[in-house]
Design a protein around this ligand. Sequence first.
Ligand code: FAD
Length: 535
Amino acid sequence: MKLRLTNLRLELASDETELIRLAARKIRLVPEQITSLHIVKKAVDARKSDSVQFVYTVDIEVNVTKRIRFDPPFVVPIPVPFREQLSKGDRILHFPPVVIGSGPAGMFCALKLAAWGYRPLVLERGGDVDRRCQEIEKFWTLGELNPECNVQFGEGGAGTFSDGKLTTRVKDPRVRRILEQMVEAGAPEEILYLNKPHIGTDVLKPVVKGLREKIIALGGQVLFDACVTGMKISPGGVLKALTVRNQVELPLEVAVLAIGHSARDTYKMLFQKEVLMEAKPFAMGMRVEHPQDFIDAGQYGRFAGHPKLGAADYSLAYQDQERGRGAYSFCMCPGGYVVGAASEPGGVVTNGMSEHARDSGKANSALVATVDIADFGEGCLKGMEFQRKWEEKAFRLGGNNFNAPAQRLEDFLADRKSTDLDEQASSYRPGVTPANIRDCLPKEVGEVLTDAIRFWDHKIKGFIQDRAVVTGVETRTSAPLRILRNECLESVNTSGLYPAGEGAGYAGGIISAAVDGLKVAEAIIRKYREPEAGF
Ligand code: FAD
């Protein structure tokens, strides 16, 4: 008999071999009657700082003849694994499908198409992960930005240089398959059961390479330095060809547009081609850094620093009823670094990343407030122009060299420039320049964040402190527009074009973008038969 047991609790000092004893006690058996035990989920419960525990869900097999009573939700049958219902369509494809962009949406879409025999061609504007590392290092040390290959663009997409958090609010059976494929590509197995899985930039890089190799082994192709610069659409609204690097015209029937939220030139090209899009709200603000041991102490009390716990995270939210805006912490990176994430000359953008060990000694997180059409005006590209405007202000404020404007959190609240910040105050590279961050934020965003931070200081006591430093500006939280698609996930007015992932406005984060990429691949498979061999 097989069972799933939830809410098995272990103290930090206990060993996981104890689980079998706990499981047996829960169903009134002796440990010897449990023939196998497999951890399905492991989470930290730190709600009581005097008793931090691990909480497990396990699947077990028992060797008994007596019937064991189910006791939902603590003792339940093991759920039947998701079985995919998918069969190929009958429309003939004359050309392999093209996937534009090799972020999580593009990669998982291509992987699925390749596994089903569609031999996709992936076109990525940036370089492969190795060259990308070199270009990014050049940017972070010398301030020399490559607009085609940076933290936003290149193999693996925006998430490659990230904290590699693999959490998502999306409840979808595809999530499990995505994590399994990451493990097959080299990610640690723990991501399959940790409640908050994370792999960090150092692990993500080989995983991304592994996924690429798999796409190729399954018959796909991946081309780097292959920016899609144009599209040929028939007067009847049918996609006919793509232009690559303003030079090569590529005839096709199906293209997946998985371009991420920072491909502003591509958004503009789509606008000129009259592909239907609409502006959408997003959030903007700044990044805050604290000493990691302060965050650990706030979250884990006397257990802070315990080797089994690692660096603690936090999540904060605030609703400003009067101004009608929400504020929240975003993309929190324990033990990480603030990174320069610009993709255009003349604009400073902050974000956060970490290595798998999360051991930089600093905790960083974006603190952002919502902005919408009332802030940037009607028109589908207005949000994007609004982002650019504030990024340019931050660039000038930082000294026109990709240094980020920086300020003590206390000075931000007092609305005054910091005067005594040194280079080590922030982990942001290439460097920081003391400034008043409010000068590169919309006035109301600054005001809402001020109230929110005072509120959060009650949630994490001491959040406002002299070692907390903010840098800005954080604008690339999600896409500033949505590329409209129908129930078959195709563009509403351009047949053959499949907008996917974060840039299309249908996902936010690595895993949800990958899920969306899979859904789009399935939509293509349902409609078309794979192309004949020989193309
Ligand atoms: P992207 O990953 O943005 O990929 C789009 C790809 O398309 C890029 O590689 C780009 O070069 C390419 N492209 C664009 N235009 C063209 C064109 N015209 N022709 C050819 N190629 C093109 N999310 C998390 O879940 N966890 C995290 O810890 C996390 N940390 C992050 C840290 C940083 C520094 C950043 C920048 C993002 C982070 N995110 C994180 C967000 C996450 O990376 C994105 O949500 C996710 O990558 C979106 O996936 P995507 O495939 O839709 O787009």
